[in-house]
Design a protein around this ligand. Structure first.
Ligand SMILES: Nc1ncnc2c1ncn2[C@@H]1O[C@H](COP(=O)(O)OP(=O)(O)OP(=O)(O)O)[C@@H](O)[C@H]1O
Length: 408
């Protein structure tokens, strides 16, 4: 059995996270800063290691294979000595360098304290042709296996959004980018989605590192800036790719489908329509987004901005937790309401510069909609000022309203 020397004891996930936060509250600012830079240097310095060779079958009773991909096998196994059940991620040594394996193990282990990140234990070793590390078991598998055709209900989608984005917020706070956010990498611990954990840090890198396209990833999850990257092309990795991918995960959870096959304007009509609507060249909400309320449309618009630098942070979904996400039949049945909900872009107080422009645009669009239904809203400012002026002159100098009680 080989236990790597961990940077500290790894307690159970949620309690450890809380505990860390508490500790940071207690210590002085100076110590906190030092702690943080120490933490950051531990996290970003990946040590070189020599893995001990272990006979897998002597140490573990493999119960079943949970998944098998090109690069790795995932086993559910019981440790014969301690009688504990763990998941073993076994990476093919021929296809993965020790450096890549250890990077994945290192990030998985150091990100484990967050309650929505899969716990990785301080166990790593080599066995036959595999490099192996141990993790906790997710009894309900991953999101890809649990999202049904037509999507999940609003409450479940909100739970998923909150937990997935909390995990990614934590990853981003460590200047790391996950780079492979997809349904298969979100593990389910409760049937009602009240407990989820992000996994698979095999592609995780420090923000700004030169990277290539993630291998073997599903095209609908690729952000536009990566869709036309050629093999071997390098670009700096940025956290905004996680924001894009998280939005696609949320879209699939809500609808059961991806919004497009590939986010390439030259190749995909669904993405073209979305882009036109996003740039306000049309007021027609793309068909695949029709089930969402204006609030949620705003969230998708912001997370799925074409240019990475225009994309919202991963905390964006937190703003919409109290809003309705899906249009209900009963809530949206008059034509005027439907047209308005397609057209009006509600704004938040915290969106400084754009707010006035968006509000003016909304007001103009509202006026157009109302006039198309025969409701006139335009006001002749000059004649209104004149009328007001005359009215003021005709009023009593004191309080202009009659204060007498009304008589029958
Ligand atoms: N701890 C776990 N508990 C239950 N199932 C798991 C666990 N870890 C992984 N799995 C299952 O195995 C699948 C693959 O795991 P993981 O993503 O870590 O491997 P991978 O080889 O890096 O996958 P890929 O390269 O396809 O992204 C997951 O999608 C999930 O279904």
């Amino acid at each position: 059995m080989s236990y790597m020397t961990p940077p500290g004891p790894l307690r159970s996930d949620a309690s450890k996270f809380k505990c860390r936060r508490k500790r940071h509250h207690l210590v002085s600012f100076k110590t906190t800063k030092r702690d943080k830079s120490r933490e950051s240097s531990i996290l970003h310095k990946i040590p070189e290691v020599i893995l001990e060779t272990v006979n897998l079958n002597e140490e573990y009773n493999v119960v079943k294979v949970l998944a098998e991909g090109y690069f790795a096998k995932i086993f559910l196994a019981d440790n014969r000595r301690t009688n504990t059940t763990v998941v073993l991620k076994a990476v093919h040594a021929e296809l993965t360098s020790l450096k890549d394996f250890y990077r994945e193990y290192h990030y998985s282990y150091h990100l484990s304290p967050h309650p929505n990140i899969l716990s990785t234990y301080s166990v790593a070793f080599k066995s036959d042709d595999f490099y192996i590390f141990a993790q906790e078991y997710a009894p309900y598998g991953d999101l890809a296996g649990t999202v049904k055709a037509g999507g999940l209900c609003e409450e479940f989608c909100k739970r998923i959004a909150f937990q997935l984005c909390s995990a990614l917020e934590f990853v981003h706070s460590k200047q790391l980018v996950h780079r492979d956010v997809k349904l298969e990498n979100v593990l389910v611990f409760a049937a009602d989605f009240s407990k989820l954990k992000l996994c698979d840090f095999g592609e995780t890198r420090k923000e700004g590192t030169q990277v290539g396209k993630v291998k073997c990833t599903w095209q609908p999850f690729l952000p536009p800036e990566q869709c036309d990257a050629v093999p071997n092309e390098k670009f700096p990795c940025r956290r905004y790719s996680d924001c894009w991918q998280a939005a696609i995960v949320l879209f699939v959870c809500a609808t059961g489908n991806t919004p497009w096959q590939i986010a390439l304007l030259t190749k995909n009509a669904d993405y073209q329509n979305f882009s036109k609507w996003q740039k306000r060249r049309t007021t027609k909400v793309p068909a695949q987004f029709k089930k969402f309320t204006p609030r949620l449309l705003r969230m998708f618009r912001r997370l799925l901005a074409h240019k990475p630098e225009d994309r919202a942070e991963i905390t964006e979904p937190f703003k919409y937790m109290k809003d309705a996400w899906f249009e209900t039949k009963s809530g949206q049945n008059t034509p005027i309401e439907r047209k308005m909900s397609e057209d009006i872009y509600i704004v938040d107080d915290d969106d400084d510069d754009d707010v006035r422009v968006e509000m003016d645009e909304s007001r103009n669009r509202m006026a157009k909609i109302l006039s198309s239904y025969g409701l006139e809203t335009t006001v002749d400012q000059k004649s209104m000022s004149k009328r007001l002026h005359e009215w003021v002159l005709n009023c009593d100098t004191d309080y202009p309203f009659d204060t007498k009680e009304e008589s029958d």
